[in-house]
Ligand binder design. Structure first.
Ligand SMILES: Cc1ncc(COP(=O)(O)O)c(C=O)c1O
Length: 240
């Protein structure tokens, strides 16, 4: 609607997404509030995060380490905010960018190798992580192969600052949201299997899966965190 302000449009987007999540929880017979909404603020300015905070949104996902650092710093100094954002990191993470992320986010969703895990550990601060799994076996996508998941989960037990709180998946992009269902189901099956193995520092309670187009399917398949950008903020545009 052309007459809406940007802040109103964001509040409206949030309300619609919350209603979709609530309906999906009901349809799946899941408890109200069992799915958390992560607002993906990638490429959106700090003012959009302010508007979402004012509309009651708490958790935000960022994909670029320096963008996270800059937005986080801008908002941390803002005394007018109703509450500080809870940041999550959901983008590809290179070891040399770990310094912008470790200890700065509630959850790092994209741990996909032992080398990256060691780099996070080396920062010497507590960090809860999710392991990103490439359930589709796509060559170009990030994420650890399902066959390598047990060994990576075992690594957490040997380290002292990192903990594993669950699994994350980004299914291959297609036009049909139903195509994501087998990928979500596969992530849940991996979680159920690995959750049966007791490991120190590993508690697989979270399934981070589902975006604007397929969150209902993800909720039906057991998502505990959905990561939603476009349906809240509209099409992404450059920061600044
Ligand atoms: C890892 C990840 N999750 C979720 C999203 C949000 O996607 P959408 O805008 O379709 O909701 C993005 C967007 O870039 C993403 O990179």
């Amino acid at each position: 609607m052309a007459s809406m302000t940007r802040a109103e449009a964001i509040a409206d987007g949030l309300a619609q997404v919350r209603a979709r999540i609530a309906a999906a929880e009901r349809a799946a017979g899941r408890a109200p509030g069992s799915v958390r909404l992560l607002a993906v603020s990638k490429k959106m300015p700090a003012d959009d995060v302010r508007a979402a905070l004012a509309a009651g949104q708490r958790a935000f996902g960022e994909n670029y380490a320096q963008e996270l650092r800059d937005k986080r710093a801008a908002l941390a100094q803002d005394r007018t905010l109703p509450q500080l954002p809870e940041w999550h990191y959901i983008g590809p993470l290179q070891s040399n960018k770990v310094k912008y992320v470790a200890g700065q986010v509630a959850l790092a969703h994209t741990v996909d190798s032992a080398a990256l895990l060691e780099a996070i550990e080396a920062r010497g601060v507590p960090q809860a992580c999710l392991v990103q799994v490439n359930v589709a076996g796509e060559a170009q996508k990030r994420g650890i192969a399902p066959a390598e998941l047990p060994a990576l989960l075992d690594r957490f037990a040997a380290l002292s600052h990192v903990t594993c709180a669950g699994l994350m998946v980004i299914p291959p992009f297609t036009d049909d949201p139903n195509d994501a269902r087998p990928h979500f189901a596969a992530l849940r099956a991996l979680r159920d299997r690995e959750a049966g193995i007791a490991r120190p520092h590993v508690e697989l309670r979270e399934l981070s899966m589902g975006m604007s187009g397929d969150l209902e399917i993800a909720v039906a398949e057991g998502a505990t965190i959905v990561r939603v950008g476009t349906a809240i903020f509209g099409a992404r545009r450059p920061v600044g």
